[in-house]
Design a protein around this ligand. Structure first.
Ligand code: ADP
Length: 447
């Protein structure tokens, strides 16, 4: 096992990794920007190293600074968390070339899935159903028009290098296609440094269903069921749950084993999530994430498996500690993302948290790096806490969630707590009837 792990991240995920390390008897190194000198992950780590100024590109996204910190502190492995450098294949490769272990998949697998076109082609080859669309990048308008007519409008133009819900344009009518293509390419070049785009059928009312898998790179890949992440705004997840209200045990088993077997063929190592859109009983692959995900706790609560611990143990060369037959799903779990933002305008709202009180009691988990007196800096993602609750079934889980939302105190800055209260007061969400567009429509009418 590792002696010392460097955590190349911040916020709640840095704490999540730190906690797993502590319980495994592994020493931790926190890295931080000057803006995060008093952050909780820095306070709790065994050692810390300042790696640069507030701007992420000069700190959390700076491979050289992170490798230097690992070298100075004598860490044996680097955990990238999510976001930042977690899906940067070049970084993973640099980490290994410098003699450290990257706690994640092989650089080859990160690269394979990081290019959305290659990922989709790979999925197709492995027998996973994909969204109808172009098989490769679309470079000219004539090609796009021909394709759009073949698959039918509306279509979605997607940036090959897109991510985080950005780089997608819906086109509803043929006459808009040429102009939308030009704009999408310009935006993709500016946003991701890659102007390649591809075309996909735009599904009108899908649900977002994703399958969690874990592999040990030694031939074992197990699936841990699905998460339903259909409550999104601007293609970004806000609420996640497991199991999905629309997936039955037989479907879970069928899709889970399809995905697990596909990744077994690849010899996949570490955690991974295969994301699908689900409409009219059909699954369509959209992408694979080769990292720990924000919403991993809901899977932990329904399976009782510590995903981060498993991920670290596998990176250290261990085999999976359980087999598919050992995985049992129990009860229901929901996660709500609490952001430092105005619940109505959704504008980021950094600033000082004057009072902080986390909910507690049975089946409650609050993953957060907040404390009273902490100032949320304006430079990073606005996620400040994840409230995750578990109970015997979905109805009980919602009651528990509402109880917890009433208990949370985050004073000093606005947060998404009132939005979550409003979402869970609706009949649609209570009955589980929503698609990826539901939250956008709800927000448009919420006052
Ligand atoms: P990103 O990498 O930016 O997260 P994804 O491909 O994972 O992009 O898609 C994010 C979200 O965008 C999906 O959960 C879904 O809501 C929406 N989306 C993506 N592709 C389609 C599609 N073909 N039709 C309808 N919605 C889509």
């Amino acid at each position: 096992m590792f002696q010392k792990v460097l955590i190349a991240n911040r916020g709640e995920v840095a704490l999540r990794i730190l906690r797993a390390c502590r319980e495994m008897g592994i020493a931790t190194v926190a890295v931080h920007s000057t803006a995060d000198a008093s952050a909780m992950h820095v306070r709790l780590a065994d050692e810390s190293v300042c790696i640069g100024p507030p701007k992420a590109s000069e700190s959390y996204l700076n491979p050289v600074a992170i490798l230097a910190a690992a070298e100075i502190t004598g860490a044996d492995a680097i955990h990238p968390g999510y976001g930042f450098l977690s899906e940067n294949a070049d970084f993973a490769q640099m980490v290994e070339e410098h003699g450290f272990t990257f706690i994640g998949p092989s650089p080859e697998h990160i690269r394979l899935m990081g290019d959305k076109i290659v990922a989709k082609a790979t999925a197709k080859e492995l027998g996973i159903p994909t969204v109808p669309g172009s098989d490769g990048p679309v470079s000219n308008e004539a090609q796009a028009i021909e394709l759009a007519h073949a698959i039918g409008f509306p279509v979605l133009i997607k940036a090959v290098a897109g991510g985080g819900g950005r780089g997608m344009t819906v086109v509803r009518a043929p006459e808009q296609l040429a102009e939308s293509m030009r704009m999408a390419r310009t935006e993709a070049q500016a946003g991701f440094g890659d102007d390649r785009v591809y075309v996909e059928k735009f599904l009108e009312r899908p649900r977002h269903i994703e399958i969690q898998i874990v592999g040990d790179g030694k031939g074992n890949v197990v699936h841990l069921g699905e998460r339903d992440c259909s409550l999104q705004r601007r293609h970004q997840k806000l609420v996640e749950e497991a199991p999905s209200p629309v997936i039955d045990a037989a479907t879970r088993e069928r899709m889970g084993s399809l995905v697990a077997n596909a990744l077994k063929k690849l010899g996949y190592r570490s955690l991974g999530t295969v994301e699908f859109l689900y409409e009219d009983g059909q699954f369509y692959f959209i992408e694979m994430n080769t990292r720990l995900q924000v919403e991993h706790p809901v899977t932990e609560l329904v399976t009782g498996i510590d995903l981060v611990r498993e991920q670290i143990a596998i990176a250290a060369g261990n085999r999976l500690s359980f087999a598919q037959k050992d995985v049992r799903f129990q009860g229901h779990a929901i996660e709500v993302r609490i952001n430092a933002e105005d619940p109505r305008t959704l504008m980021p709202s950094p600033g000082k948290v004057t009072t902080y009180h986390a909910p507690g009691g049975p089946g409650v988990r609050m993953d957060s790096a907040l404390y009273a007196g902490y100032t949320v800096p304006p430079f990073y993602d606005s996620l400040i806490a994840k409230l995750i609750v578990h109970d015997v079934d979905r109805a009980a889980c919602i009651r528990r969630l509402e109880r917890c939302l009433d208990e949370v105190v985050i004073d000093g800055i606005p947060s998404s707590v009132p939005l979550h209260q409003a979402i869970f007061a609706t009949d649609d969400v209570r009955s589980g009837e929503f698609d990826t567009g539901w939250l956008g429509r709800f927000l448009a009418g919420w006052s």
